[in-house]
Design a protein. Structure first.
Length: 191
């Protein structure tokens, strides 16, 4: 959920190398070296970072459950449910939605203290982003303009149609999220 939130807020999303695959840090290393472990490209020795003998490396790959045997770029790219593929989808949607980078951000009242909803309006187009920080399923009801005909789901296939008065109900799983393009009559449907 944190990445969905980060990519939907104003400003430039920033990732550190390896974060897109869930790579760990070497907390045994001193100082800033803890976050400067070699990139884990594949499952081979040294994580595919180098063919040098392990003892010759300036920094060692992370070992244990976050090491290259389990977490590496090659495996992440092949797994459709990986963090890498999720972040790739967020980057693609972010690029397809200039409202997120250029639009005016407005916070919306969700009626839940654990749910953040905001919209980004730009050039007559609107993206709605909803993020739950609750550890239980919640339902939010957002008041929108009456001329909104459909909320097109940009991260899934759960398109929503607002009620006649313009309110939109969105169920959210624990720590759930959603990005929607608010389509008015005559506007495009695709992201």
């Amino acid at each position: 959920m944190v990445y969905s939130l980060m990519f939907s807020l104003p400003g430039t999303p920033v990732l550190f190398y390896g974060e897109e695959i869930g790579m760990g840090e070497d907390l045994r290393a001193k100082g800033r070296s803890a976050v400067r472990s070699p990139m884990q490209w594949d499952h081979t020795e040294n994580g595919g970072f180098s063919t040098a003998p392990p003892g010759d490396l300036v920094a060692q790959p992370v070992d244990g459950p976050f090491g290259p045997a389990r977490i590496n770029a090659a495996a992440a790219k092949r797994d459709p449910d990986s963090l890498w593929n999720f972040i790739a989808t967020l980057i693609q949607r972010y690029r397809e939605c200039p409202e997120l980078g250029w639009g005016r951000c407005t916070l919306l009242d969700t009626g839940h203290t654990a749910v953040l909803a905001h919209r980004a309006d730009w050039d007559g187009s609107t993206i709605l982003a909803v993020h739950s920080f609750a550890d239980e399923r919640v339902q939010v009801r957002l008041e929108l303009e009456r001329e909104i005909e459909e909320a097109v789901d940009l991260l899934g296939r759960e398109h929503r149609v607002p009620e006649e008065e313009g309110a939109l109900s969105i169920p959210l799983d624990p720590y759930g999220y959603g990005w929607f393009r608010l389509r008015r009559a005559g506007q495009r449907v695709a992201p």
